[in-house]
Design a protein around this ligand. Structure first.
Ligand code: UDP
Length: 250
């Protein structure tokens, strides 16, 4: 479907990010990380700029179970496992706590990032966020928000404005040179702060293991049914392509 995804586990992604943080040089631009899921791919089908953004990102983690299933059905590299963004944030907090690395939590509703940071600090002693700020993805605020991030001396910037807004926000502010070292990595993390702060509840372990977290989200947040339908449509497109290829081979 024109979107590349890296076959990385969360542990591998965190190791790559840690290397970028440790190797960053004065004045260097940050690496952009995207946490790709089937909704991203569906948006990218219609939105060329987003497709390019995803393909040019320094790292694209397989956040959605649909991608894992698709990679098993289609004649492409098989993704080993899902790398949920929310779990990557947890692992980054653990790494940051141990290495005196600072994380800025940008986005989500007022108070949510602070609560998420408090939860992370309780779970990972030594974790101290560079700062938290809700802000807005409105381009009119770019200058002020980036100044705030730079002044915080953060090494890792997590942006929770939902896709594709958060990813375009990161892309344009890196391109404009508003974000630079010591910020070594900027990551779009979607609803991660809502989950970590406890505002939203993740699916039970058994559902996660079966790859049904998206179904749980539909049950908990039924108003998001349109977004879930997009994921179902993604599945139908994958099934159609897989069938076509099989018929062509026979
Ligand atoms: N969000 C925000 N500003 C906006 C739009 C969204 O801060 O203009 C936040 C929202 O509060 C949530 C996060 O972006 O914490 C991600 O939202 P969503 O659940 O849609 O993300 P997903 O994980 O599905 O991409």
């Amino acid at each position: 479907m024109g979107v590349g995804v890296d076959d990385v586990t969360n542990a591998e992604a965190v190791a790559i990010i840690a290397r970028w943080v440790e190797e960053t040089q004065a004045g260097a631009l940050p690496h952009q990380v995207v946490t790709t899921n089937p909704e991203f791919v569906m948006t990218a089908r219609r939105n060329r700029a987003f497709r390019q953004l995803l393909n040019r990102a320094a790292l694209s983690t397989p956040d959605g179970q649909g991608l894992i299933w698709a990679s098993r059905l289609l004649p492409t590299h098989r993704l080993r496992q899902r790398a949920p963004g929310v779990e990557m944030v947890e692992m980054l907090a653990a790494y940051a706590a141990q290495h005196d690395v600072h994380i800025f939590l940008l986005g989500a509703a007022p108070g949510v990032a602070e609560d998420a940071a408090a939860v992370l600090a309780a779970r990972h002693p030594g974790f101290a966020p560079a700062a938290c700020y809700p802000g807005s993805p409105d381009p009119g605020e770019d200058e002020v928000l980036c100044r705030m991030v730079m002044d915080s001396r953060a090494h890792i910037l997590l942006v929770a404005y939902g896709a594709p807004k958060q990813d375009f926000w990161i892309q344009r502010n890196i391109a404009a040179g508003r974000l630079r070292s010591p910020v070594a990595v900027a990551i779009g993390v979607g609803g991660a702060f809502d989950f970590i702060s406890g505002r939203a509840v993740r699916a039970p372990r058994i559902m996660r293991r079966l790859g049904l977290e998206w179904l749980h989200r539909l049950y908990k947040q039924p108003w998001r049914y349109r977004r879930i339908l997009t994921v179902v449509y993604f599945g139908l497109l994958v099934a159609r392509d897989a069938l076509k290829l099989r018929l062509r081979r026979n």
